[in-house]
Design a protein around this ligand. Structure first.
Ligand SMILES: [Fe+2]
Length: 346
């Protein structure tokens, strides 16, 4: 007698599908979508299947940029936590990140995507590309879909790089040669009204100004204390372009978000970003990047239970405004070092 393993049984209910708006490239689609066709499949079978496909799913995420799991039996944040664990990526906890967003942990691995109010738009970015450490993977899960709006726009940054290199070669050459430096002002206490309202104590994982300065020195930031216990910090030079192991280049940065959206009671977007040699960004080049990213957008219109695995080196994400109690949570995997290599020949 032969018995079928849970992973094999689940595999027979799963197929790759297409949806409206899905993009097609020479050797990839965006996003790649798996649908579960069984309404009776259990979460433990789905998790067994994910575990059995670990390497393949991560490969698909890198090739296509994002893998959406639709109609899978993921009913809770705990199920999503199990999905992430089954992929075998190393947890990159929010509290260890230098993210500037206010978030709330739901499990060890899972936290709210951003606590900023519904009317705050979050612009395209690669997660934590503005800090010395970034996650290789970011995963999202929709607990509750918004009544209106609330899509997560996604954009293939390798395609954006190709289009920008053809359209604005000088701008791309400056990005590659000089990299980027980011400046932001952190409050003395979490400000949930801002998309970038995380306090300096929480961001840096410290209690006192002395500890904050020691941590900034270690990270090679420069800083200035401002009135009201606020801290202005500027990063070391960070890359604007990343080269993947397969040779693809991506527009890996927070340029669009910093230029368009680093705006609150403390922050002025015109002071938030410049090249590593202090040169200001070419406004026309930035406008091209914003327009092309917009053209390349796939809107992830959430259905409750959807989970998405994204290779953060390949795909940027954003958040549209919404109405209703939207709940989208996130998890980060595999911390990577974001270091700028001077390339005098570029
Ligand atoms: Fe993000």
């Amino acid at each position: 007698m032969t018995t079928t393993s849970p992973a094999t049984a689940f595999a027979s209910c799963v197929s790759a599908i297409s949806v409206a708006g899905q993009q097609t490239y020479a050797d990839s689609v965006f996003p790649y979508i798996y649908q579960c066709r069984s309404s009776t499949a259990g979460v433990s079978d789905a998790i067994s299947w994910i575990g059995s496909q670990q390497a393949e799913l991560l490969r698909l995420a890198t090739l296509h940029g994002a893998v959406l799991f639709r109609d899978f039996p993921f009913k809770s944040v705990e199920d999503f936590d199990s999905l992430v664990a089954a992929l075998g990526v190393i947890n990159f906890p929010y509290k260890k990140s230098l993210s500037n967003a206010v978030r709330i942990n739901r499990t060890e691995r899972v936290f709210s995507a951003n606590e900023a109010p519904p009317e705050v738009q979050i612009f395209f970015h690669h997660e934590m590309a503005q800090t010395p450490f970034y996650p290789e993977y970011i995963l999202f899960y929709c607990e509750v879909a918004a009544q209106q709006g609330g899509a997560t726009p996604l954009c293939r940054s390798d395609i954006l790089f190709q289009r920008l290199e053809a359209e604005s070669p000088r701008f791309i050459a400056d990005c590659e040669k000089f990299g980027l430096k980011y400046t932001n002002v952190m409050p003395g206490a979490d400000d949930q009204l801002s998309g970038m309202g995380r306090s300096w104590q929480s961001t840096l994982g410290v209690q006192t100004p002395e500890e904050a300065e020691a941590r900034l020195r270690e990270l090679r930031y420069t800083w200035e204390w401002l009135e009201g216990n606020c801290l202005r910090a500027t990063t070391p030079v960070l890359p604007a372009i990343l080269e993947l192991p397969d040779g693809r280049k991506t527009f890996f940065n927070q340029l669009i978000a910093a230029w368009s959206g680093w705006k609150d009671s403390r922050n002025d977007p015109s002071k938030s970003i410049r090249h590593g040699n202090e040169q200001p960004l070419d406004a026309a080049g930035v406008q091209s990047a914003i327009r092309i990213a917009d053209e390349l957008t796939f809107d992830m219109n959430w259905q409750a239970g959807d989970a998405v695995l994204i290779d953060n080196r390949v795909v940027m994400h954003a958040r549209r405004t919404f109405v209703g109690p939207r709940k989208v949570v996130a998890s980060l995997g595999n911390m990577c070092l974001n270091s700028f290599q001077e390339r005098p020949g570029v």
